[in-house]
Design a binder for this molecule. Structure first.
Ligand code: CA
Length: 219
């Protein structure tokens, strides 16, 4: 899952980035509203964490532009405790949820999972697909009731593919979900993770559409 974090306070941003990366998210950080708007026009994100008081362009304004072009990317706004007026304005401008600063990191990631679940049209947090069971809260995978030990990157690839069984994701789309802009990507990294997943889950678990990408067959 690739997250755009828009926050001008470096202390908050760094704490969040570390926690999110530990939680298996790829994070890109923008410090101002104009940069965030540009990033949202050019790249695809699974979720946006959006501060409202930002240099160069207000967060609400960035959010309104996003929704005006019909972009439904989930947005969680980050607001100060006494800032009810902005919180309401943010929700009315199309935010999906909010967290109040200073926030608890566990609450932020729980709200992110909840918003991502709704965006994927699922009420149930666990993804069950055939005999595969993926739990985004514990980040664990079972096959036929037996735990499968996956690396963080293998898990991220499998989670991305299981969001929409049958849909093909290209190598570039999978790379986007694995890394932030400032992280190095090995040219065959995705192939390596897919190979690892096939070894652990069976060679049929992930299919290749030659020259296009990878998919999980519909159950
Ligand atoms: Ca701010």
């Amino acid at each position: 899952m690739r997250v755009l974090l828009v926050e001008d306070d470096p202390m908050i941003a760094q704490g969040l980035q570390t926690a999110l990366r530990d939680g298996g998210f790829a994070v890109d950080w923008m410090r101002d509203g104009a940069g965030a708007a540009a990033a949202l026009r050019t790249a695809a994100f699974d979720l946006v964490l959006l501060d409202l008081g930002l240099p160069r362009r207000d967060g609400i304004d960035v959010l309104r532009e996003l929704r005006r072009r019909g972009d439904t990317t989930p947005v969680i706004i980050l607001t100060a405790r006494d800032d009810i007026q902005h919180r309401v304005a943010g929700l009315d401008a199309g935010a999906d949820d909010y967290v109040v600063k200073p926030f608890d990191l566990d609450e932020v990631t729980a709200r992110m999972r909840s918003v991502l679940r709704r965006a994927a049209g699922r009420g149930e947090p666990v993804i069950q697909h055939g005999d595969l069971r993926l739990d985004p809260v514990t980040r664990t995978v079972e096959r036929g009731g037996v735990p499968v030990n996956l690396s963080a990157h293998e898990y991220a690839v499998l989670e991305a593919l299981l969001q929409r069984p049958g849909a093909v994701l290209s190598r570039a789309q999978l790379e986007d979900r694995l890394y932030g802009w400032d992280e190095q990507i090995g040219s065959n990294a995705v192939e390596v993770y897919v190979h690892g997943l096939r070894r652990k889950l069976g060679s049929d678990a992930i299919r290749t559409l030659r020259g296009v990408g990878y998919f999980v067959p519909k159950a």
